[in-house]
Ligand binder design. Structure first.
Ligand code: HAM
Length: 420
């Protein structure tokens, strides 16, 4: 019979990788809370319109990557291809505009995109995202960039760089778009088929193409920052001033447009040292028109999201050591005559807050100790006839074989006092 595999473009996060995931989630949540963001969870699927209206018809995500399905009531639904639109839908649905603004929210969520899988590009990945809703103030754009940056620093990642740009607003973008159309029209022959087909619908996207020839053409293209209206120009100058104030190093990248259409004004991305098109570790920006697309009153917002798989692979590639485990992992070994005491002790340790398992399967003491070693346990508790009589189990340090006899009543406290 055929065996099953995880669907293409998805990955199991197995126990050896879990310490990385826990570390990333823990640091991420801690930093979001320190910046005043509160957790929100939204469903993994929404009415498809939530995403189609906001992300944009001409984006890769809406054109070919959404996991669309009709539910049994015939409603068109989509698995979440990103988190921002869902959070904005929740903001509107729960009347969060009546709360003190801005409303700062963060989330940890799986995200689904039917992409061509390759290294760093999955069909299900996981994001940590943060959104500041209801305020236009450029201090928030800088806050989000700073939050992202400090998060990566807190993980110990090295060599990252920040790219920023401003895309202007509905008022100034049409003129910029026209300037781009005029420029690309004269260079279209040098560009890839994808760019040629996108030229009419979404000329901004041509700046984003990863094809070498298109990059060369894009480098000389008109810059959005030269076409900003007065308000957008002042807004961007102010974002940059905050970044300087907080001593963040960044590059102005006029080719940065992002892959979702809802952005207005500030956009940014953070890249690890090994570049490449699938390497961007996090990105975001401002989206002041998104809430209106969802049927709400005009409500500004700015945020970012980062891919947890890409963070974990960067941590592993950079050989970053994780903080030591919180306490020892204990393996209770016993001779048959001490079995009941061993299992009584096992419960006592667990209830007292020690990570402990007991040998099962009727193996010899020697084989139990081999198991403890093979499972990477830091301590073994040994209970034989002598230990049973004296009421003092033996504690064996698995790293060096040293043994110590500890009275049962003191065992939990003794083990909790060890570092790992
Ligand atoms: P995004 O740039 O599409 O933005 O995704 C954010 C991050 O998710 C990327 O930088 C990358 O680390 C990760 N990512 C995206 N696609 C994949 C994939 N196929 N496989 C693995 N990782 C991936 C957004 O989703 C916006 N919602 C960000 C945002 C929040 N803008 C404003 N607020």
């Amino acid at each position: 019979m055929a065996t099953f595999k995880a669907p293409r473009g998805t990955a199991d996060a197995l126990p050896p990788d879990q310490p990385y995931w826990e570390f990333v989630r823990r640091q991420g949540e801690a930093i979001c809370r320190r910046y005043g963001y509160r957790r929100i969870d939204t469903p993994v699927f929404e009415e498809a319109g939530v995403f189609i209206r906001t992300i944009g018809q001409d984006t890769d995500i809406v054109e070919k990557e959404m996991y669309l399905f009709k539910d049994r009531g015939g409603k068109e639904m989509s698995l979440k291809p990103e988190g921002t639109a869902s959070v904005c839908r929740a903001y509107l649905e729960h009347g969060m505009s009546s709360l003190p603004q801005p409303v700062r929210l963060y989330y940890l969520s799986p995200v689904f995109r039917y992409e061509r899988p390759q290294a760093g590009r999955l069909r299900q990945h996981h994001q940590l995202g943060a959104e500041a809703l209801g305020e236009l103030d450029p201090a928030l754009d800088a806050e989000i960039i700073d939050l992202a940056w400090r998060f990566y620093l807190s993980l110990g990642l090295q060599g990252l760089s920040i790219q920023v740009n401003s895309l202007g607003c509905l008022k100034c973008r049409p003129a910029y778009r026209q300037a781009l159309v005029a420029y690309f029209a004269s260079r279209l022959g040098e560009m890839c088929p994808d760019c040629r087909s996108r030229f009419d619908r979404n000329p901004l996207r041509l700046l984003d193409c990863k094809n070498a020839a298109c990059i060369a053409v894009g480098d000389e293209a008109p810059r959005s920052t030269d076409h900003l209206c007065l308000e957008c120009g002042q807004h961007f100058a102010s974002v940059v001033r905050y970044l300087n104030l907080w001593e963040l190093t960044y590059n102005l990248d006029h080719r940065l447009v992002r892959g979702l259409d809802y952005y207005t004004r500030t956009v940014f991305e953070i890249q690890p040292p090994e570049g490449g098109s699938q390497s961007t570790i996090g990105g975001g920006g401002r989206y002041d028109d998104l809430m209106e697309e969802l049927g709400g009153r005009p409500t500004p917002g700015v945020g970012f999201a980062t891919g947890l798989e890409r963070i974990v692979s960067n941590l592993q590639r950079q050989g970053i050591a994780l903080p030591a485990a919180l306490g020892p992992r204990v393996y209770v070994c016993y001779l048959e005559e001490a079995r009941d005491e061993a299992f009584r002790l096992l419960a006592e340790l667990r209830h007292g807050g020690v990570e402990a398992v007991a040998a099962v399967g009727g193996r010899s003491l020697k084989s139990q100790l081999r198991q403890a070693d093979a499972q990477g346990m830091s301590r073994a508790i040994i209970l034989g006839g002598d230990e049973l009589k004296s009421g003092c189990p033996m504690v064996r340090d698995m790293s060096n074989g040293q043994q110590q006899s500890i009275p049962t009543g003191q065992l939990t406290a003794f083990l909790k006092g060890l570092s790992g």
